[in-house]
Design a protein around this ligand. Structure first.
Ligand SMILES: [Zn+2]
Length: 463
């Protein structure tokens, strides 16, 4: 006989139970399907949910936002801030569905919610080729699209610091800024995900009351908590697997101190979370990998020093950027189309060179003399695999677009064939990685959903 459920709504035990109760999911929804599902939930609960247009994409598509009325606090949840990260599509849909169907949950959290299923519809549609089967990493990379730095909604908020100045907000970014201004949210959750390893989080300010539950969520669903390399060397660790988002000025100063160009051409601006800070908003990001790896939370030391690890993988990144920049410079005289793929390929080829320089500069710091951990070694090596697959795939896709449009000179066709060969090698190398397993999508959604509930419960004083 099952035990009656006695945990108070919004308590840690209740949130863990809800996180583990997401029904099975297959693949990721294409945008038309996602919006149909949102409309279905809204029309089933017209007394609670309304929708309106938040803005317009660069290609002219309406960007809808759904408002669920459920209490005094105001929270904002936004999908598609990085259009290659679709786990949040299911999370946003699950969140609005649960809030609509469960009056106890609505009442306990005492909040009205603004939920944007996808803020960058044009770019999201360019990833739909891998959504039906997201388990094969090579197939994913072959159909992958991530916008150039200054075309990402997440990173195109105004920024001015020392020599950096950015104000070229995309129409989608302006729509999100208006929404933040109108909502003045207490909790803001842009829905991100990572790729390989373990789960980690970002918080815009220290909130010790959240650390225990956020750390327990992945383990509760059988996922590792990421304990290795942070995404950038300047990030402050608040608790294992939980980082402070920091801000762009701090990242600028850190890069400058390392002797790097802190704002190279093509850089974006501030993040949406930084923009929302003006309202005292708590920003919360749950980064979920699509594949788990058992080394992601292994903090035991390896025989290699951290400096040697950074040097070895930094050199591999430099070689990768050399390959991509060389192909692109040979292609430039023949390019006829201005596509998002070629703009992204140029941006990331240069960005990888910058990452390589940062790794090599960090290797010189005295604090890097210690031994690396298993998790750090895995993380640094996997960044190389990830960049080869993602940005090799995008560069190939950029050249192939010219071939398919029928405007490619023979020189461009040969460069496309060369990228195909590189990609095949990198895919074979990545496929030989032992121990990577695709994660059940419901578990990923569960962790992200649980993190949102935790944030909302904290705002309401329940945690
Ligand atoms: Zn992201």
């Amino acid at each position: 006989m099952s035990q009656p459920d006695t945990a108070a709504v919004g308590s840690p035990e209740d949130i863990l139970r809800r996180a583990a109760a997401v029904p099975p999911l297959s693949g990721f929804p294409p945008l038309d399907d996602l919006l149909r599902r949102f409309d279905a939930v809204a029309s089933a609960h017209p007394e609670l949910i309304s929708s309106r247009r938040a803005g317009t994409s660069r290609l002219g598509e309406a960007i809808p936002v759904y408002r669920l009325t459920g209490g005094q606090r105001r929270h904002l949840v936004v999908g598609g801030v990085h259009p290659n990260e679709p786990i949040g599509s299911w999370t946003a849909l699950h969140l609005i569905t649960q809030l609509a169907q469960d009056p106890d949950l609505r009442q306990a959290l005492n909040a009205s919610w603004e939920i944007v299923p996808c803020v960058d519809p044009d770019s999201y549609r360019l990833n739909e080729g891998w959504f039906a089967d997201p388990t094969d990493r090579s197939h994913y990379a072959r159909h992958f699209y991530r916008p150039a730095g200054d075309e990402q909604v997440e990173w195109t908020f105004p920024f001015s610091h020392k020599a950096a100045y950015f104000d070229r907000m995309l129409p989608e970014t302006q729509a999100l800024a208006r929404l933040i201004d109108q909502t003045e949210p207490e909790l803001y959750v842009p829905l991100h995900n990572s790729e390989m390893g373990g789960v980690y989080y970002y918080l815009s300010r220290p909130v010790p009351q959240l650390y225990d539950l956020l750390s327990r969520l992945p383990g509760h669903l059988g996922l590792p908590l990421h304990q290795g390399e942070p995404e950038a060397g300047n990030l402050e660790v608040l608790s294992p697997g939980i980082y402070a988002t920091g801000d762009s000025a701090q990242a600028y100063d850190w890069a400058e101190d390392l002797g790097l160009d802190p704002h190279p051409p093509g850089s974006g601006g501030a993040s949406s979370t930084e923009y929302a800070r003006r309202f005292g908003t708590l920003g919360l990001i749950a980064e979920l990998p699509q594949w788990r790896h058992h080394q992601a939370d292994d903090t035991r030391p390896v025989a290699e020093s951290y400096a040697d690890l950074l040097t070895r993988t930094g050199r591999q990144l430099a070689q990768l950027s050399d390959v991509l920049l060389s192909v692109l410079s040979q292609a430039e005289p023949y390019l006829r189309l201005d596509t998002p793929f070629i703009r992204g390929a140029r941006s990331f080829a240069a960005g990888i060179a910058q990452s390589a320089e940062a790794s090599l500069a960090r290797a010189q710091q005295p604090s890097s003399g210690r031994l690396a951990s298993v998790a750090e070694r895995f993380g640094c090596e996997d960044v190389v695999r990830m960049f080869r697959l993602r940005y090799g795939g995008m560069t190939w896709r950029a050249l192939e677009a010219e071939v398919q449009a029928g405007v490619a000179a023979v020189e461009l066709r040969r460069l496309a064939a060369r990228m195909a060969t590189h990609f095949a090698e990198w895919a074979t190398e990545a496929e030989s990685l032992d121990g990577a397993e695709p994660i059940a999508i419901a578990d990923l959604v569960g962790v992200q959903y649980g993190a949102i509930l935790a944030g909302a419960a904290h705002c309401q004083g329940l945690l």
